[in-house]
Design a protein around this ligand. Structure first.
Ligand SMILES: Cc1ncc(COP(=O)(O)O)c(C=O)c1O
Length: 393
């Protein structure tokens, strides 16, 4: 086998990967149209048009856009009536925004463990975490894979808990044919630069509940009501509005969304097969009820045992040198970050989340937009690293 690229050999993949974000003349035309309209802010008609388009695509009754996917979670919690004295159950393996939003409204995040083969909230652990103070659960459809909504909704109904879906990774993902975001009470999406649908920054809230939709719209618009006067403010609110520029870009991005979703899924399916064929790192379980998976990340579980004792960090360095960008993801569960450690949170034992931080390897979604042959190259790069572990120790 040829010399490893990290030691001066030739990389398995020398071609570049698809760029992210992607854009063309459609985005340019939309942005110019907003410029020429003179209506640059949140009251540009394109904002409403984008909200309608996104709601329809996600089979939700209402869509309210926001400045980002952290503020949108915070707004959703406020509107659900979560505040000081309340607890909200969250996973410890997610981006910090999920749990920060809970603290930002004055409530306490409670960390429940995840499933070893999906890294999504383990509903049995959620049940164990429920206390008299529990008001809501935030299931994160991590990497784009839907949480087991069948089980979670049963628990939520039994204990009268609100469900706020953090769908920041899950544009277009679906469970039993229903897109994520409107399974629970409210769903929140991020449109930040790395996300599968992006305007650089931005957030989205979906709900099927008329009253919650009205409250969300009002909170996002300084407490106004849609029919009220401009300087009439019936409730406490803020300004969460997305701009016309962003809506223009997003409408163009939406035109590519389904083609990109299909391509990522086809490549992920093939990569799953390849990893099995080569007995490589273990891909995550793709629940058949998750009939669409956005694959914001492609994750695999690395075991040094399969690689002659090679530490994960060395594996990642060697794989990168072979032309496959990858990373080890979060170094620690969220409750180890100072703002989320006790007394700011309550923690159930989370051995699975701790193991996830030690074992996972992440590939970002743009790799799955490459030509199908690129998946074979990822497989060949992994095999090459494994056959040359002696060079790396
Ligand atoms: C799971 C999750 N939730 C929330 C957010 C917050 O989104 P934003 O960066 O738009 O504030 C992110 C984004 O990075 C995320 O990954």
């Amino acid at each position: 086998m040829s010399k490893l690229a990290i030691n001066g050999g030739t990389a398995v993949r020398t071609a570049s990967w698809p760029r992210w974000p992607q854009w063309d003349e459609r985005e340019k035309a939309r942005v110019l149209a907003v410029l020429d309209s003179g209506e640059w802010g949140g009251f540009n008609d394109l904002v409403h048009e984008f909200e309608q388009t996104f709601a329809k695509r996600h089979q939700a009754k209402h869509c309210i856009t926001a400045v980002n996917g952290t503020i949108s979670l915070e707004a959703a919690l406020r509107v659900l009536g979560v505040g000081p004295g309340d607890e909200v159950i969250v996973p410890p393996y997610t981006f910090i925004a999920t749990a920060n939003a809970v603290r930002l409204v004055g409530a306490t995040p409670v960390f429940a463990d995840i499933e070893p083969d999906t890294y999504n909230l383990d509903v049995e652990q959620v049940e164990k975490a429920i206390s008299k103070r529990t008001k809501a659960v935030i299931p994160v459809h991590f990497a784009g894979l839907p949480v087991d909504m069948d089980e979670l909704m049963l628990v939520a109904r039994e204990h009268e808990l609100a469900i706020l879906e953090d769908a920041a990774h899950a544009h277009g993902s679906s469970w039993h044919g229903q897109p994520m975001g409107a399974h629970g009470d409210i769903g929140s999406f991020s449109l930040q630069q790395s996300k599968n649908l992006t305007a650089g920054e931005g957030g989205i809230l979906l709900t099927n509940d008329d009253e919650l939709a009205l409250k969300l719209w009002s909170f996002a618009n300084q407490g106004r009501s849609p029919a009220g006067a401009w300087y009439e403010h019936g409730m406490l609110g803020s300004n969460l509005r997305l701009t016309g520029w962003q809506a223009g870009v997003l409408l163009a991005q939406m035109e590519r969304m389904d083609e990109q979703l299909a391509r990522r899924q086809a490549n992920a399916r093939r990569l799953n097969e390849i990893l099995e064929e080569i007995d490589g790192p273990t891909p995550m379980r793709w629940d058949p009820r998750a009939d669409n998976h956005a694959f914001h990340l492609y994750m695999m579980r690395y075991s040094p045992k399969k690689f002659g004792g090679l530490p994960r960090e060395r594996f990642v360095e060697a794989l990168r040198a072979e032309g496959v960008p990858c990373s080890t993801g979060y170094a620690q569960p969220l409750y180890k970050q100072p703002p989320l450690a006790p007394p700011h949170s309550r923690i159930l034992p989370c051995p699975v989340a701790e193991q996830a931080c030690r074992e996972v390897v992440w590939l970002t979604q743009n790799l799955l937009l490459a030509e199908p042959e690129a998946m074979e190259e990822i497989g060949r790069a992994i095999v090459k690293v494994r056959e040359n572990t002696a060079e790396l120790m």
